[in-house]
Design a protein around this ligand. Structure first.
Ligand code: 5RP
Length: 236
């Protein structure tokens, strides 16, 4: 691989390591984000070389759909398959119990559907994503139906959060998800019980889903650069 900055190198290595675990004849959940993008690229390269055959991808976002098409990965839908063998997806934070915060790409609702259905869900991250406690470096994304934005923000404040509407970059106004909804990013000073909070937030009328993924991940692959050498560490 060419000379890259360390974070890009970690993302490439970990994406490739995950892509190497995909087997012929399987249904593969394709995650969203810059790390998973490398996994999608390498899966496509394995298909083109003939090393991998007869796989179908289920994309978690418009981004994943575009990349899969670009790299020649045939796609299918949840209506057409009775299983997902493996899903590969990134994360914004990973705690020591393999719980995650996701949604940096505003795709966490579809990601949670696909990742939770997978027999094996592999998370691909660089080592900056490992945290002792969720919520310490990243705000918690909540996808909300537009007309419910204000009451949902008030309900999130009652739960102890500080909500802000996610705004677009190079786009005036808010981020609109692939599902046509809005994203509220919430700061919690003490996110002590992720399992409970995930349910509490999802119980607020108007919330589609939040970025807490509790008990969903099976394997975490962590990209690291040690003494200038890129490596991948596995957390089971
Ligand atoms: O949850 C996600 C998208 O909704 C991404 O997987 C997460 O934001 C990590 O992205 P990246 O690999 O670019 O750091």
């Amino acid at each position: 691989m060419s000379q890259q900055d360390p974070v890009t190198l970690m993302k490439q290595y970990v994406g490739k390591a995950a892509a190497d675990r995909v087997q012929s004849g399987t249904i593969v959940g394709l995650g969203t984000g810059s790390t998973t993008a490398y996994a999608i690229q390498y899966i496509g390269e394995r298909l083109q070389s003939g090393e991998l055959k007869d796989i179908k991808g289920i994309p978690t976002s418009f981004q994943a759909t575009v990349l899969a098409k670009q790299y020649g990965i045939p796609l299918t839908t949840l209506d057409e398959v009775d299983r997902i063998d493996i899903a590969i997806d990134g994360a914004d934070e990973v705690d020591p119990n393999k719980n995650l915060i996701k949604g940096g790409g505003a795709a966490h609702t579809r990601e949670k559907i696909v990742d939770s259905l997978a027999e094996v869900f592999i998370v691909v991250v660089d080592n900056s994503k490992l945290v002792d406690r969720l919520g310490s470096t990243f705000l918690l994304p909540v996808e909300v139906i537009p007309m419910a934005m204000t009451p949902v923000m008030k309900a999130l404040e009652k739960l102890g959060g500080k909500p802000t509407l996610r705004m677009g970059v190079k786009k005036a106004g808010p981020v609109v998800t692939d599902e046509g909804n809005l994203v509220i990013d919430v700061k919690f000073d003490a996110l002590e019980n992720p399992a409970e909070l995930e349910k509490e937030i999802n119980n607020i009328p108007g919330v589609l889903d939040n970025g807490l993924f509790v008990g969903v991940a099976d394997i975490i692959l962590v990209g690291e650069v040690i003494d200038g050498q890129a490596k991948v560490r596995e957390i089971l």
